[in-house]
Design a protein around this ligand. Structure first.
Ligand SMILES: [Zn+2]
Length: 126
């Protein structure tokens, strides 16, 4: 195995699956073309991933995709799920905190601030 360095994405908010997809119509953001086989689908980047990984029942599977690409798309899907799970867990920690420390005024205040921060930025890490 070669140690391929993680190529940092130019757009951190952009899904890495865009490497294999392109939106040619600015008016129809849900329309995505597969760069590999040229298949056009509507449903955004999620649909493209289904197309590439052959996991979608509603989209034609990509016939030209390589196993290597499929692996990377799968990883990006898992990564997203992980982040969503972590977000959910953070929410649960926050809500259990506020009910636990009910009788302590300053703690409650702190939780409130953390909550506000969490809502506004969503990437506080607390
Ligand atoms: Zn394709």
């Amino acid at each position: 195995m070669s140690s391929d360095a993680n190529t940092a994405p130019q757009f951190p908010n952009r899904d890495m699956a865009w490497e294999w997809g392109v939106c040619r119509d600015a008016m129809k953001k849900q329309c995505v073309w597969c760069k590999i086989c040229g298949h056009k689908m509507s449903g955004g980047i999620t649909r493209l991933k289904q197309h590439l990984t052959h996991t979608g029942g509603q989209v034609k599977s990509c016939m030209k995709v390589t196993v290597d690409i499929q692996k990377r798309v799968m990883e990006s899907i898992k990564e997203k799920e992980k982040i969503q799970l972590q977000k959910k867990r953070n929410m649960q920690i926050l809500s259990s905190h506020s009910s636990d420390e009910d009788d302590q005024d300053d703690v409650e205040e702190e939780v409130r601030i953390t909550k506000k921060c969490f809502k506004e930025k969503e990437i506080c890490g607390y």
